[in-house]
Design a protein around this ligand. Structure first.
Ligand code: HEM
Ligand code: HEM
Length: 193
């Protein structure tokens, strides 16, 4: 198992972070979309706290992922039309931007509510701003709008990954998965992978 990214493959660390963040975003989407409808009981308070703690965990994981990418580099773009390579780079940059903006807008909304927050009940999370109900309302609306933008982009992103695998038959999807999980034409993956 190779930890670092090579010129042709994502290493184990980038792969693990990619799929862990995907799984956590799914959990967060479920929690976020269902928790607002819960009756006002202690369960609701706990679900909100869980949503916020996992969300801040995602923020830390995304920062780690970007730092690792800076250190370990990224594989070369696979052969294809220039516009597709540009569109993919743009979409990936937008995904990173949204992955940072989602938790930050949630943190801002929470801070503006004026309530204290402890990460999984352990660490005190500092507020980003003082209590401000108007800002809380605005940040909550950004938070929801950013989520639907992320959801739309993820659909296009995942569709592109399957299209590469099924129709272009290249290594785009295979190189984001452990070696041997998906079959691809041998020429697409090199021995340093
Ligand atoms: C990647 C991370 C996150 C995702 C994907 C996410 C997703 C969501 C979604 C889908 C909703 C429902 C939006 C709606 O329909 O109104 C929501 C609501 C909310 N989120 Fe997050 N969230 C994330 C991080 C956070 C963080 C870090 C915090 C706070 C520290 C937070 C605080 C909130 C709050 C307070 C609401 C409720 C807003 C309301 O009552 O209208 N979120 N989130
Ligand atoms: C919450 C959902 C997702 C997010 C936020 C996300 C985010 C990202 C980001 C930011 C990159 C760029 C990596 C970089 O250049 O540093 C990436 C790459 C990739 N993602 Fe996702 N992704 C998600 C879901 C998925 C899904 C569902 C699939 C496939 C079924 C997928 C397949 C891939 C593949 C194959 C790559 C590598 C592309 C390449 O090597 O050029 N992703 N993803």
């Amino acid at each position: 198992m190779i930890l670092k990214n090579s010129a042709t493959r994502w290493g184990a660390v980038s792969q693990a972070l990619h799929w862990l963040i995907v799984a956590l975003i799914l959990v967060m989407a479920y929690l976020g979309l269902s928790m607002t409808e819960l009756p006002n009981t202690p369960v609701k308070v706990r679900v909100y706290a869980l949503h916020k703690s996992i969300g801040l965990g995602i923020l830390a994981l995304v920062v780690l992922r970007l730092a690792w990418r800076g250190y370990a580099g990224a594989p070369r773009a696979l052969p294809g039309p220039r516009w597709q390579q540009r569109a993919a780079a743009l979409a990936h940059a937008a995904l990173y931007g949204l992955l940072l903006a989602m938790p930050l807008s949630g943190w801002l909304a929470h801070s503006a509510s004026g309530f204290p927050l402890r990460w999984f009940g352990l660490l005190r999370v500092p507020p980003l701003v003082a209590r401000n109900p108007a800002l809380q309302d605005l940040a909550e609306r950004w938070h929801a709008a950013l989520f639907w933008t992320l959801a739309a982009l993820v659909l296009v992103h995942a569709a592109a990954a399957f299209w590469h695998h099924l129709f272009r038959r290249d290594a785009t999807l295979a190189r984001m998965l452990p070696r041997g999980w998906l079959r691809v034409p041998a020429s697409e993956e090199s021995s340093d992978a």
